[in-house]
Design a protein around this ligand. Structure first.
Ligand SMILES: Nc1nc2c(ncn2[C@@H]2O[C@H](COP(=O)(O)OP(=O)(O)OP(=O)(O)O)[C@@H](O)[C@H]2O)c(=O)[nH]1
Length: 694
């Protein structure tokens, strides 16, 4: 039995240290006790992590400790961020232990520690103030997105705005901090819209600026359109050298249609080839925005960026919301955290939400208890409440994609509201099959795909299987880059290894073999769902379309699952014709048939082909014809046997051979005239089946 040791004197008497400001690669937790740390160890750390994290704890050996991450181990980074994300700092504060720690953006897992951001440490008072969101009345809130063509400088401008508002420190390492994903860092492009709440003091007023940095590439335009639903304005960034490009126009119209205020920002004016005046004129001409409304900046150097903040406050209206109404929150994005479940990004259109509230999803009608609310600053910063007009995150124990629908409306239990319109679903353009490299990994890959599609709702997923690759999925993407990024994220964020088939685009195909019912001139009467797995379909069929092989075809198409029954529905008017089948000009009475006018040609052709296959070759040629009245609509020929009349001629005179062949041809002519073609019995059955299946 292990005995608990009493805390040593040195620990109790440890002086309170001043929080180191801006300490790099470290987390300052103030007077966090060993008890809290060890409980955290118990809750979330594996033995390896405990050992590694234990090293700096032991060496510090004080109540007041600074956790240094001892190695670039990716999993350690993940754990540290999980702890911070779980509100460790806030927890310590609520117990009166500590100053809290608000950090820079999460390090990308597996990245070298040098790329990690600087931590920013707040005083207790600052931290307490951060938790109270009631200090921002609606008129002091501005919600806006930064939109632009690819590489025109959105993320760089976002960095400057974060710095100007004191959200992050101005250091070499804080570059494109809102591009948090490893794939974004590696490729140098934004693929995921990121929200950041900035606190800004202007002329004695405290403003809350909710900024959403969006991707520029067309494959991720769904991110832009969703982000705009949480905004009242956009910063339309245009490169001073390249001018207006395709995505500039597309994004402008997205904002215009959503009736948002558009602030044109001409960026990169520091470039040698920059021509801001030309771009100003373009903007005026194409978007009808007066040139004097354009703000010329260099996001890279920080030139004139302050005036962008001014314009946001002056030109973008505050949200039109009502705090006194019952809660109405739009879920506009979400991510999955393995410890906390779904983290939903929400924009509050009405009311207030607090930790502990019972909320209902309009989509699933399920009730949840709110475990945490907060803002992204730019990382998760828990707050006491979120108020209408604000944008933040909410954790309520939702566990999967079905529960956490993007576009869903959340409201308070027993206070139902009219759901918000939500979003149009994305239309995939490129499709590819995805299979686990090893079939035993199927379930893990399934769960990884589900979690990732939660964060990227524009991907469509359908189950599929292949003889060679086994069970898998057919995924739909908005483009090739989107497909590559999704695959890369699966590998990097979920450690999944997959086989991705060659991408294809959608085709519209008419599957003649499976249109079993339509092809038989049926008219649907009704459809009744008997239970979850069975449906009853009622059709009006012409009887001659089902008598012969309909049931066989139905069984084979449905792998034996479908059953069939019919009853007489009386006579109906139809355009029918009588079709004769002729053998060497003589009608075969047994094969005379009545068919629908539109199908006469195809049935006639098929019958002739079947007869050709079924009739034995004879000494004379047989002409098989299908006719409607005197009009021949199809013809096949069965060639005659040719007896080798020259067999006995060894060498000899050519005139003798010609004489024999001529005599044979004359004999055949006579045969043709008197020829009475014998039709075997099974040919009739084959022919009847042909007629029916056409
Ligand atoms: N010279 C100069 N370069 C800039 C400026 N702003 C951004 N850049 C550079 O332009 C490149 C693209 O910048 P980003 O901020 O990533 O552009 P983005 O629009 O966010 O890119 P996507 O999100 O991928 O569309 C980077 O190399 C930046 O350093 C600027 O004001 N001047």
């Amino acid at each position: 039995m292990s005995r608990r040791r009493a805390p040593c004197r040195r620990q109790q008497a440890a002086p309170r240290r001043a929080a180191p400001s801006g300490c790099f690669r470290s987390w300052y937790l103030g007077r966090a006790t060993r008890g809290l740390l060890s409980s955290l160890h118990r809750v979330c750390l594996s033995p390896v992590h405990r050992t590694l994290l234990g090293v700096p704890l032991k060496t510090n050996g004080l109540c007041c400790c600074c956790l240094l991450v001892p190695s670039p181990d990716a999993s350690i980074a993940r754990v540290m961020w999980t702890l911070v994300g779980r509100g460790w700092g806030a927890h310590a504060l609520s117990r009166g232990w500590a100053t809290g720690a608000a950090l820079g953006p999460a390090p990308t897992f597996g990245a070298a520690p040098e790329s990690w951001p600087t931590c920013r440490v707040y005083s207790s008072a600052e931290f307490k103030e951060k938790l109270d969101m009631s200090r921002f009345p609606v008129e002091n809130i501005r919600n806006f997105s930064i939109v632009a063509h690819v590489d025109h400088g959105k993320s760089t401008l976002a960095d400057r705005l974060l710095e100007l508002t004191g959200t992050i420190d101005k250091t070499e390492n804080n570059k494109q901090v809102l591009d948090k994903l490893q794939v974004e860092r590696e490729r140098g492009i934004t693929v995921k819209a990121q929200t950041a709440s900035l606190f800004y003091n202007c002329e004695g007023k405290q403003y809350l600026l909710n900024l959403i940095d969006t991707p520029g590439h067309v494959d991720f335009s769904y991110e832009v359109s969703r982000s705009l639903s949480a905004c009242q304005g956009v910063l339309l960034v245009v490169d001073a050298n390249e001018g207006i490009q395709a995505q500039t126009v597309a994004n402008f119209f997205l904002a215009f249609e959503a009736q948002l205020s558009v602030i044109p920002v001409i960026n990169k004016i520091d470039l040698k080839n920059a021509d801001p005046e030309r771009v100003e004129n373009q903007i005026e001409k194409v978007f009808d925005i007066p040139s004097d409304e354009c703000i010329k900046i260099s996001a890279k150097l920080g030139t004139n960026v302050e005036s962008v903040l001014q314009a946001v406050i002056e030109r973008i209206p505050p949200p039109k919301v009502h705090r006194k109404n019952p809660l109405r929150a739009l879920v506009f994005d979400s991510t999955f955290d393995q410890y906390r479940g779904v983290i939903a990004n929400v924009a509050l259109f009405d009311g207030v939400v607090s930790k502990g509230d019972k909320i209902v999803s309009a989509h699933t009608q399920k009730t949840y208890e709110v475990n945490e609310v907060g803002v992204l600053n730019p990382n998760e910063q828990p707050t006491h409440k979120l108020y209408a007009g604000q944008v933040g995150y909410l954790i309520a124990g939702m566990k999967n994609v079905i529960e956490a629908q993007i576009g869903d409306t959340l409201y308070l239990h027993k206070q139902p509201v009219e759901p918000l319109p939500g979003f149009k679903s994305a239309k995939p353009m490129v499709f590819a099959g995805m299979y686990p490299v090893d079939q035993s990994e199927y379930n893990n890959l399934k769960s990884a795909i589900e979690k990732l599609t939660l964060n990227d709702s524009s991907v469509t997923v359908h189950r599929d299987s292949s003889l060679a690759l086994g069970a898998g999925w057919r995924l739909g993407f908005l483009g090739l880059l989107h497909m590559e990024v999704f695959n890369q994220r699966l590998e990097q964020e979920y450690n999944a290894s997959v086989i991705l088939t060659t991408p294809t685009v959608p085709y519209k195909a008419v599957l003649s073999s499976s249109k079993l019912i339509k092809a038989r001139r049926a008219v649907q009467k009704n459809m009744i769902f008997i239970d979850q797995n069975r449906v009853m379909l009622k059709y009006l069929f012409p009887l001659n379309e089902i008598v012969v092989d309909f049931y066989d075809s139905l069984k084979s198409l449905s792998s034996g699952y479908a059953s069939f029954d019919y009853e007489d529905a009386g006579y109906q008017t139809a355009e029918l014709v009588k079709m004769d089948i002729l053998l060497n000009g003589n009608t075969v009475e047994e094969l005379v048939t009545v068919v629908h006018k539109d199908k006469a040609h195809s049935i006639g052709k098929a019958i002739c082909e079947r007869l050709k296959d079924s009739l034995p070759r004879q000494l004379f040629e047989i002409a098989i014809q299908a006719a409607i009245g005197s009009k021949i609509i199809a013809r096949e020929t069965v060639k005659a046997y040719r007896k080798n009349v020259l067999a006995k001629c060894y060498g000899g005179d050519i005139t003798r051979k010609m004489k024999l062949l001529k005599r044979q041809a004359e004999g055949k002519k006579k045969l043709r005239k008197i020829g009475n073609v014998e039709v075997p019995k099974d040919a009739f059955i084959k022919v009847l089946k042909t007629r029916s299946s056409k």
